[in-house]
Design a protein around this ligand. Structure first.
Ligand code: ADP
Ligand code: MG
Length: 253
């Protein structure tokens, strides 16, 4: 049975998309069958795995709003074993259109029911908000990964995120759990990063992944080539750490 994991944090720029793309690609590299679902209208995960956004005929919008079969919008990515359901800017309207749609919180869950068994992992890249797109992701998922940037105010907004997770658990998806909190963009040369690690570990305790993602230039370059780090530079530190994370996530299962 496939495990569905939402990568979520309503703060922008914390490493959600970088983690979605590279965790997905590393799981695939380790032989798992993976589906990456992009539900951020910016579509950065889509282009990050080599899909040309200009050539997309239909996307996750059509699944959520027009009941399109998710199989019809699924594409092969640049990585073997990794499929992707793309997002385009049309998804920007979905947040509002969903409000008046029947069973608006469970549309993604229903869409994934028939394909869940065909994958070992389904990874969902969430937008930077706690609106209906994110609620759909949390409702469809077994688990969440919360990336937290090793910066000032790292914990800010997390109580709001956790209360949203609890609301979804209570009303929509009783079995949802936090797989882990992922510390990202650590600059090991500063004390600040180390302080943030302490603070986050105090708050989340054993929920924090052992793997910590450092700042790595190769990770920030890879998206402009439409390549996950494991293809762009398999020998980089970025590739090493995301492989390590993939192994940790597999072990948690
Ligand atoms: P989010 O999806 O949460 O908005 P992104 O994954 O898009 O965040 O990351 C924000 C920016 O930081 C992007 O430009 C990305 O390339 C860069 N970035 C993310 N993680 C790293 C990292 N570990 N090292 C260097 N740059 C990173
Ligand atoms: Mg993003």
């Amino acid at each position: 049975m496939g495990r569905i994991i939402a990568i979520t944090n309503q703060k922008g720029g914390v490493g959600k998309t970088t983690t979605s793309v590279n965790l997905s690609a590393c799981l695939a590299y380790l032989g798992k069958k993976v589906l990456l679902i992009d539900i951020d209208p910016q579509g950065n995960a889509t282009s990050g795995v080599g899909i040309n956004k200009g050539e997309i005929q239909s996307c996750i919008y059509d699944v959520l709003i027009d009941d399109e079969d998710v199989k019809n919008v699924t594409q092969q990515s640049k990585v073997e074993n990794l499929h992707v359901v793309p997002a385009t800017i049309s998804l920007a309207g979905a947040e509002i259109e969903l409000v008046s749609t029947i069973s608006r919180e469970v549309r993604l869950k229903h869409a994934l029911q028939n394909i869940k068994d065909q994958y070992d992992f389904i990874i969902i890249d969430c937008p930077p908000s706690l609106g209906l797109l994110t609620i759909n992701a949390l409702t469809a998922s077994d688990a969440v990964i919360i990336p937290v940037q090793c910066e000032y105010y790292a914990l800010e907004g997390l109580s709001q995120l956790l209360s949203t997770v609890r609301l979804v658990q209570k009303h929509l998806n009783q079995h949802l759990y936090i797989d882990g909190v992922l510390l990202t963009m650590l600059d090991a040369r500063t004390n600040l990063g180390l302080q943030v690690i302490e603070e986050v570990k105090k708050y989340f305790q054993d929920k924090v992944y052992k793997t910590i993602i450092p700042r790595n230039v190769r990770l920030s370059e890879a998206p402009s080539f439409g390549e996950p780090i494991i293809i762009y530079d398999a020998k980089s530190r970025g590739a090493e750490v995301y492989l390590e994370l993939a192994r940790e996530v597999i072990k948690n299962g």
